[in-house]
Design a protein around this ligand. Structure first.
Ligand code: M3P
Ligand code: FE
Length: 309
């Protein structure tokens, strides 16, 4: 892989920083790696190597401040900055260290209204395992839900087809799956699942009138059993569940969606398949979409389609 590597971090707005830190650390089972002078809390999943993947910021309303993707190196960062400007978006450089242990970031606003950034450097703190003769897991792999990594996010906003053009033509993503609107409306693309890797999606967008909205941040679970165990932990801790445990038709993912204490939706996600850049794009028609959302039930869950932060 070259170019854009993976979702590296997301900064979430939370209503109470202590309650949120407790939730993501003790219930979700992430590892807290730092706090900064602004009071932001930094966490990572146990099997991630970089210093942070989730940053919590206290605010009076929930949602996402920005999402950041790691790119291969500084030359890639400089080239993509030029390419994004040539595409017609303004870019801004944030200095190294503005986020703890993170290098310079190039930030721009997507057509859907979300702040998106790319960066090449973040300190590697490791996953708690040695590089020589490592055992398969560390104690943090059994603490709380214990996802292995930040997998993807689904963002809601207007102009998703403009986002598609940016991600495919400029940032080197491929379109793995898409959802179409009703035939009466001419079947516009209303859902896009984009990958910069051979995951089914590293980022996804759904058409929505209000810009900059978060539908969910998704955390990778190694197995379906671990998704069920995450559901047990949600039950034990009275975490409100939106959907699941079930399987999506879209991406074939095994999933539970639930809400954090601030009302930000998150997903515990396993499975899927391994698309390559030359794979065909899978299309879900509007009529087929209920099974795309929840394959066993074939049901359009009202809260899933309408609640965003
Ligand atoms: C996922 C996923 C929609 C499907 C979402 C799918 C918008 O979140 O991780 O596969 O219906
Ligand atoms: Fe998802």
């Amino acid at each position: 892989m070259t170019g854009v590597l993976r979702p590296g971090h997301a900064q979430l707005r939370v209503l109470n920083i202590d309650e949120a830190a407790r939730f993501y650390r003790d219930v979700m089972g992430l590892v807290e790696t730092g706090r900064d002078a602004q009071g932001r809390v930094y966490l990572k999943c146990w099997d991630e190597h970089d210093h942070n993947s989730l940053i919590l910021r206290e605010a009076d309303h929930a949602g996402i401040d920005f999402i950041g993707f790691k790119v291969l190196n500084e030359a890639t960062l400089d080239q993509l900055e030029r390419d994004v400007r040539a595409f017609g978006l303004e870019t801004e450089r944030l200095p190294a260290g503005e986020l703890l242990e993170t290098g310079e970031r190039v930030r721009f606003r997507l057509p859907t209204g979300h702040l998106f950034e790319i960066y090449a450097q973040k300190a590697q703190v490791g996953n708690g395992l040695p590089n020589v003769n490592p055992p398969p897991w560390a104690p943090d792999a059994d603490r709380g839900m214990a996802p292995t990594r930040l997998d993807h996010c689904l963002l809601y906003g207007p102009n998703v087809t403009a986002n598609k053009k940016l991600f495919v033509d400029v940032l080197g993503f491929h379109l793995v799956e898409r959802i179409l609107g009703p035939a009466e409306a001419g079947e516009p693309e209303i859902g896009l699942f984009l990958s910069c890797s051979h995951k089914t999606h590293d980022i996804a967008f759904v058409e929505y009138p209000e810009p900059g909205k978060l539908h969910h941040l998704s955390f990778r679970m190694p197995t379906w059993e671990r998704v069920l165990r995450a559901g047990d932990i949600m039950g034990m801790n009275k975490v409100p569940i939106d959907i699941g445990p079930t399987r999506h038709g879209v991406t074939r993912g095994e999933t539970i969606y639930a809400w954090d204490p601030s009302g930000n939706r998150f997903e515990t996600f396993a499975g899927g398949y391994e698309p390559y850049p030359d794979s065909r794009t899978i299309t879900w028609t509007f009529d087929g979409f209920p099974h795309g959302l929840d394959f066993p039930q074939g049901k359009l869950h009202e809260s899933f389609l309408t609640v965003v932060t």
